[in-house]
Design a protein around this ligand. Structure first.
Ligand code: FAD
Ligand code: DHB
Length: 388
């Protein structure tokens, strides 16, 4: 088998890269080690920056997104006694959309399978070879158990945090890693309940942070800060709803409840690996970096990476010019560090640590964002996404 770009991983990064390349006449093959059902059901991010919506729309992926996605002009910041709306269009002229990562992935998979480049699910034993040459290859076993070799011009490692690509980059480069593990986790639920809010609520509370999000007019997505050692079995539905009601409490307002259809505990970390390239192997998305979810940046960063990478690969493979490919890692990492700082800042402002001094600093920062246009604009510009 031969292709121009061998893509490992059918998350949003790999699928979108394949689509953007196809639109520019470059062929690719996407290899995914999970099943289609698994990939399409994995509940993850829910907020799309304006940039991400624009990229998906230009890639012909905007039809259902514009029909079913919810356009939001802001978020609420809450601390005891106060719920304050930040109006993004007023602050920075941009907005965000609620449209689940599951839906983005379903749209991309459907387009790929309807005449797009090959997308192979359920592969195993993926191994990347010869990335320092101009003809790298990927060995893998296909869904039928047959050993295959995919000869490529370039390999894209879009295989997420646990995929094999990052280690291959590390072996051949003076790889640098930066990591922070936070002493908090998020307990996330999906519930068949009409959201009791028109926009997301980021709430600081002495018991811990809570986030009110949604997936549709009838489905709520909610998160509670918990200790990373907590076990999901110890959180009954009643205990979760009580925790949420306490943390979002506001006079004259009530949370709406319903059947919980999914619940899980997510660890929180920041992680950056550089460079994002070794020879003909390029990393994009969670394969190279992880942010804590508080700024809603993970999926949006993955999209920003593949926009840059697709431009670099078009230039490399069609124009035979390596300038954008050579600049890719540094250009992507500048945005990655901005999002890493913003996500760390949001996380630090909103999660209680148990230290009363930290709590006073956090409340002071929240009051500042809710009273100073300059401070609010800084949050708004980062949250809605800096222009590419
Ligand atoms: P992924 O989506 O991880 O895709 C990588 C793909 O590669 C996967 O399909 C994987 O199965 C495949 N793969 C891995 N190894 C191999 C292999 N050996 N061979 C072939 N394929 C392989 N971000 C937010 O902004 N907000 C959120 O609320 C949020 N919640 C999250 C919850 C969870 C549990 C997780 C893990 C992440 C969450 N994120 C969130 C982050 C966001 O979902 C990611 O940033 C986003 O998925 C990155 O996309 P990606 O394509 O780079 O990686
Ligand atoms: C969602 C997740 C986030 O991390 C966030 O900051 C906002 C919304 C969500 O899953 O809806």
């Amino acid at each position: 088998m031969r292709t121009q770009v061998g893509i490992i991983g059918a998350g949003p990064a790999g699928l979108l890269l394949s689509r953007l390349l196809a639109l520019r006449g470059i062929d690719s093959v996407v290899l995914e080690n999970r099943s289609r059902e698994y990939v399409e059901a994995r509940i993850r991010a829910g907020i799309l920056e304006q940039n991400t919506v624009d990229v998906l729309t230009e890639a012909g992926m905007g039809e259902r997104l514009h029909r079913e996605g919810l356009e939001h002009r802001g978020v609420y910041l809450q601390y005891p006694g106060v719920r304050h709306q930040l109006d993004f269009p007023e602050l920075c002229g941009r907005r965000v959309w609620v449209y689940g990562q599951t839906e983005v992935v379903k749209d991309l998979v459907a387009a790929q399978l309807a005449g797009g480049p090959p997308l192979l699910f359920d592969v195993s034993d993926v191994a990347i070879e010869d990335v320092d040459s101009d003809s790298p290859r990927i060995r893998f076993t296909d869904a039928d158990g047959t050993a295959q070799v995919l000869e490529c011009d370039v390999v894209a490692g879009t295989d997420g945090f646990h995929g094999p690509s990052r280690a291959v980059v590390a072996e051949g480069t003076g790889q640098q890693l930066w990591e922070r593990t936070y002493p908090y986790a998020w307990l996330g639920i999906l519930a068949d309940a009409a959201p009791a809010t028109d926009e997301l609520i980021y709430a600081w509370h002495p018991d811990g942070f809570a986030l009110y999000s949604m997936r549709s007019p009838s489905v709520s997505r909610l998160y509670l800060q918990v200790d990373p050692s907590e076990r999901i079995e110890d959180w009954s539905d009643d205990r979760i709803w009580e925790g949420l009601a306490t943390r979002f409490a506001l006079d004259g307002w009530e949370i709406s409840t319903g059947a919980i259809t999914e619940k899980s505990i997510l660890p929180m970390r920041s992680f950056v690996s550089a460079p994002m390239r070794r020879g003909r192997l390029f990393l994009a998305g969670d394969a190279a970096h992880i942010v804590p979810p508080t700024g809603a940046k993970g999926l949006n960063l993955a999209v920003a990476d593949v926009v840059l990478l697709s431009r670099a690969l078009v230039r490399l493979l069609q124009d035979k010019e390596s300038d954008l490919a050579d600049a890719y890692s540094d250009t992507a990492l500048a945005r990655v560090w901005r999002a890493t700082h913003f996500s760390w800042w949001m996380t630090s402002m909103l999660h209680t640590t148990g230290d009363p001094f930290d709590a006073q600093l956090q409340l002071s920062q929240l009051r500042r964002v809710c009273s100073s246009e300059a401070a609010a604009r800084e949050l708004a510009e980062n949250y809605t996404g800096l222009p590419f």
